[in-house]
Design a protein around this ligand. Structure first.
Ligand code: GAL
Length: 702
């Protein structure tokens, strides 16, 4: 086992925030007070420079970096490191005036006017020239600064641009993808339908609001292009940074399961994955535990992109946001709990948007560590300072990772293809919800679970759940087959393997691309139920589970039937099957079976595979992180009542200092982090000397 610490110079977990001193340059008293309060709150890192273009370059060619360097120096002298953003998340007005082509064109063909943020055209050479000039100068200014630990490219990149340059680049992308062979594209996109045949790549336009949107292959290719093009933009900034400040790692902040970018693909351009988490805690739909279950899934998606290293929680709010439909305060204790949840799930940081509320403009009421009141004597500040103290106690956790035995496959292209699939029920596809539900089932059973791309290595998992894997990228079927032959248990559901990577249906039976043989079943028809319709999955021992939304009628050629449909004209036909192949098993669940039913299947697979299950009482979440400094069990109580959980192992609670034996007692919204006595490892204090000295740069990035 090696130390996966990302930033040895910090000597522990990051406690940080977005900080915008450029909004307060006329108030040196406030800037001074900020540093004092940061120390008090245990802040050891800030993210500077997000959206600071106008402060660096108020007029084209006139640069001001003095304020930044002054801040970085002062922060560093006070033990606060810097994550430095490139300022390309928003453009100054002069730039849009001089270079209107830097502004995006919308799906309806209209070009944006200046304003807002996150909306430059990623292709525009004029934009790139201006960005390059500024980023190069900025990087030179901060090169070698001991406080600089990480570059943060732009901010929450996203969206799409339909300008003439992007459209032309899309055509080039298609030429490359289809070997410059328009016939190949016509076949892949099935364009003989409705006389959509293209004679030349130049005839192709993206799916605009008033244009072609009925070709599934085109729609999917446009989504993939948009994501690829953003990746190309990230590489542009990254290469610039790497040239001037080699060795400083690079990230960009992701947004949960953001729809228009394939984060799994984009993460290949980053050294560390980071994301911004803003759940609507205390909403009126669900319990806090349920909301937290969703956040655990989101963390697992982030962790799954670079599985063997920690990720960063780049932003979260200490109190409330300003953009949900109703913006509730985090109740006392919930900020502590959500911060510890991030660490439990593999984050080596808890960072906030934002340090101090701005006086005006769009985010003037967004939560911050320091309110307009301006003091450290507030509930929010005290809770943030408490998190700072707790993170110090959790120093030994730094650089440790989770070791999952199960995985849920999740894929962006599949997501796009399912959403665009013309048919079934409008409201019943729910791909993301179904993936979340499978993750929650596995977590309830008590097995650590990753969420990974179908192209990730699967050997480490005893069980892989592949819900609704409608689109199979090349190589997926072969990998899944090898996984099962090698001893894995694969549970695939309805809507599996219908189309290839261009959204073209497989012939010869679903699931296609050879998976029919793996499962020994073939889906002959798929039935869509009305929201009020139900069917049943009846197992051979008589246990029954409800079915909703989607039911496939199977032909079974070579598999055992474990459950059959209870109702309708396909009553008595197989709904759950299993085929043993090689050393593993391929399970097929042909309908949307309620969670308890899926849990029955997963439990069976996990028990057969000899995986130790650690189920927790309702509302308690447990994760284990392992590293060179020990094994740490996180227990999180997502309820407002005291709870008790069975201890996975005895040991010392790093938060309270108490020695625990068989039971972990948790306060309402409380948590414990038990240094588990599993390997008879070194005492924590001794192992802590493993951190490098302040100033050393080498981390663990890939
Ligand atoms: C993030 C963004 C921040 C801030 C925050 C508010 O999406 O990166 O700059 O706007 O949301 O919740």
């Amino acid at each position: 086992m090696t130390d996966k610490t990302l930033f040895p110079q910090i000597g522990g977990l990051i406690h940080g925030c977005d900080y915008n001193p450029e909004q307060w340059l006329d108030r040196p008293d406030i800037l001074k007070e900020d540093i004092r309060m940061m120390r008090k709150a245990g802040i050891n890192c800030v993210t500077l420079g997000v959206f600071s273009w106008a402060a660096y370059e108020p007029r084209q060619g006139e640069f001001h970096f003095d304020w930044l360097l002054r801040e970085m120096d002062e922060l560093y002298e006070n033990g606060v490191y810097t994550v430095l953003a490139t300022p390309t998340g928003a453009r100054p007005a002069w730039l849009d005036r001089a270079y209107p082509e830097a502004m995006r064109v919308n799906r309806d063909g209209s070009r944006n006017l200046h304003g807002l943020r996150h909306n430059h055209c990623p292709t525009s050479p004029a934009f790139r020239e201006r960005a390059e000039e500024l980023i190069r100068r900025l990087a030179k200014e901060v090169r070698g600064h001991p406080g600089l630990i990480l570059w943060h490219i732009s901010n929450e990149l996203g969206g799409e641009c339909f300008c003439p340059l992007c459209r032309e680049k899309f055509r080039e992308y298609l030429r490359r993808r289809f070997d410059n062979d328009i016939e190949k594209l016509n076949r892949a996109w099935w364009t003989a339908f409705w006389s959509h045949t293209y004679g030349d790549f130049d005839e192709i336009d993206p799916p605009m609001a008033h244009g072609e949107s009925s070709i599934m292959g085109l729609n999917l290719a446009w989504r993939e292009f948009t994501s690829w093009n953003m990746g190309e933009y990230i590489r542009f900034e990254r290469e610039l940074l790497n040239r001037v400040t080699p060795g400083v790692p690079v990230t960009t902040n992701f947004m949960r399961l953001y729809g228009t970018l394939d984060y799994q693909d984009l993460s290949k351009n980053l050294d560390v994955v980071s994301w911004d988490s803003y759940p609507d805690y205390h909403n009126d739909r669900e319990t806090l535990a349920r909301t937290a279950e969703g956040v655990a899934f989101d963390h697992a998606v982030m962790r799954g992109m670079k599985r063997d290293m920690p990720f960063l929680l780049m932003e979260s709010t200490p109190s409330l946001v300003n953009w949900h439909s109703c913006n509730k305060l985090k109740r006392p204790g919930v900020h502590r709990l959500s911060s510890l949840q991030a660490v439990a799930c593999g984050a080596d940081s808890v960072q906030y948007f934002q340090w101090r509320k701005g006086r005006g403009s769009y985010e003037q009421y967004h939560g911050a560590v320091v309110d307009h009141l301006g003091t450290d004597d507030t509930r929010v500040f005290r809770e943030v300072a408490e998190v700072g103290e707790l993170l110090k106690k959790l120093r030994p956790v730094t650089g440790s990772v989770l070791e999952a035995r199960a995985a849920v496959l999740f894929d962006w292209s599949n997501r796009w293809a399912v959403a665009d699939l013309p048919g079934l029920g409008k409201e019943c596809k729910k791909y993301e919800d179904v993936c979340r539900a499978q993750y929650a089932c596995l977590r309830r059973l008590g097995v650590e679970t990753d969420v990974v791309s179908p192209l990730a290595g699967l050997d480490r998992y005893a069980l892989v759940a592949a819900p609704m894997l409608y689109l199979l990228k090349p190589g997926t079927a072969r990998r899944l087959t090898e996984y099962v032959r090698g001893g894995g248990r694969l549970v695939m559901t309805y809507l599996a393997g219908y189309v290839d990577e261009t959204a073209l249906c497989f012939l010869g039976g679903f699931p296609g691309d050879g998976l029919r043989e793996l499962f020994g079943v073939c889906s002959e028809e798929i039935d869509t139920l009305y929201p009020s319709d139900r069917n049943r999955a009846v197992f051979s021992d008589g246990e029954e589970f409800e079915i909703r939304d989607l039911c496939e009628v199977l032909r079974v050629s070579d598999a055992e039937t474990l459950a059959v449909y209870g109702d309708d004209f396909y009553a008595g036909t197989p709904v759950v099957t299993r085929k043993r192949t090689g050393r593993g098993e391929a399970w097929y669940a042909a309908a949307r079976i309620e969670d308890r039913g899926m849990e029955r299947i997963y439990r069976r697979c996990l028990e057969d595979a000899g995986v130790e299950l650690r189920p927790m009482p309702e509302g308690i979440e447990y994760h284990q992180r392992r590293g060179v400094r020990g094994t740490f069990g996180f227990y999180l109580n997502h309820t407002d009542a005291p709870q008790q959980a069975p201890a996975v192992s005895g040991g010392r609670d790093l938060l309270s200092g108490a020695e625990l034996q068989d039971t972990v007692r948790l306060e309402p919204y409380g948590a414990a982090v038990v240094e588990e006595n599993l390997n008879g490892g070194e005492p924590v204090e001794k192992a802590l000397t493993g951190f490098s000295d302040k100033g050393e740069r080498a981390g663990n990035f890939r």
